[in-house]
Design a protein. Structure first.
Length: 284
């Protein structure tokens, strides 16, 4: 019996030890799970904050896009840096738009697009018509812009751009970086692209940017830079006091030389070209 009692005591002790071990293992597993959950919470909290911040930023961008006007959007496009913002009250005055309806297709739709007027549901356009209206709106705004910049308000808006050389600078060395003004070769659209006029040397140049060089010159007209300078004669710069003189080995080329005569006499230039061609053929 004593042996059985001792055996029972040993079995009970073993069972107790197993229960303690199982409880310890369960507590360890719970601690590990809690630590993992805490770690995931710590890691995911900044991620959630970053995602929320991104959503907030995208919402602000969407809101700003919705709040911005068509004119703001158009003048902020790359390549449209020469344009100023035309006042909406100027556009809403029918007198200022006289004659433009015959030049611009979908005139009424284009005007509504510029002024951010919502289109009635029954007048909705298909995709092809929408593209035509968008192109017409750009043309209409450009032609309105050409008229606006010769007004006092328009000249002031363009002066701010001219003051910081937004239109570029004259590439001639002796003009010393003189700011230029945009000008067109025609007042009718789709004839010439825009050029820049230097008030110092009175020469025309292509804009430095290829995007700007593709803008229609009629959107600035043939009058603006000259009327602007006549209205503000105090900003007209002095003509360059220096001029370039071609030299060969340090000596100026004489005015009677073929160097100058060939430029002034097309027939002489053609004879010289034929003479060079014969020399090249003789060498072969």
């Amino acid at each position: 019996m004593a042996l059985n009692n001792n055996g029972g005591s040993a079995v009970s002790a073993n069972r107790y030890d197993m229960n303690v071990a199982q409880q310890s293992a369960a507590q360890s597993a719970a601690s590990i799970a809690l630590a993992q959950e805490t770690t995931m919470t710590v890691i995911s909290t900044p991620l959630r904050q970053q995602q929320q911040q991104q959503r907030s930023n995208s919402s602000e961008i969407s809101a700003s896009d919705e709040d911005g006007s068509w004119i703001d959007w158009f003048t902020s496009l790359r390549g449209n840096e020469f344009f100023c913002e035309v006042d909406e009250d100027y556009i809403q005055d029918d007198f200022n738009l006289t004659g433009l309806s015959v030049l611009v297709p979908y005139y009424d739709y284009a005007l509504d697009m510029i002024l951010d007027v919502e289109m009635p549901q029954e007048d909705s356009l298909n995709e092809e018509q929408q593209e035509i209206v968008e192109s017409a709106a750009e043309m209409l705004y450009g032609l309105i812009h050409a008229r606006y910049i010769v007004t006092s308000r328009g000249m002031h808006a363009m002066y701010e751009k001219y003051r910081i050389a937004s239109f570029g600078r004259c590439p001639r060395v002796f003009c010393q970086g003189q700011p230029v003004l945009p000008v067109g070769m025609s007042d009718l659209p789709r004839n010439y692209t825009v050029n820049v006029f230097c008030p110092r040397c009175h020469e025309l140049f292509f804009p430095k940017s290829t995007r700007q060089a593709n803008v229609d010159g009629a959107y600035f007209g043939t009058t603006f830079p000259h009327l602007y300078l006549m209205t503000h004669p105090e900003i007209i710069p002095a003509r360059p006091s220096q001029s370039y003189a071609p030299r060969v080995y340090g000596f100026k080329i004489h005015s009677s030389s073929l160097y100058y005569r060939a430029k002034d006499d097309p027939e002489l230039a053609e004879r010289n070209r034929q003479r060079r061609s014969r020399r090249l053929e003789g060498r072969k």
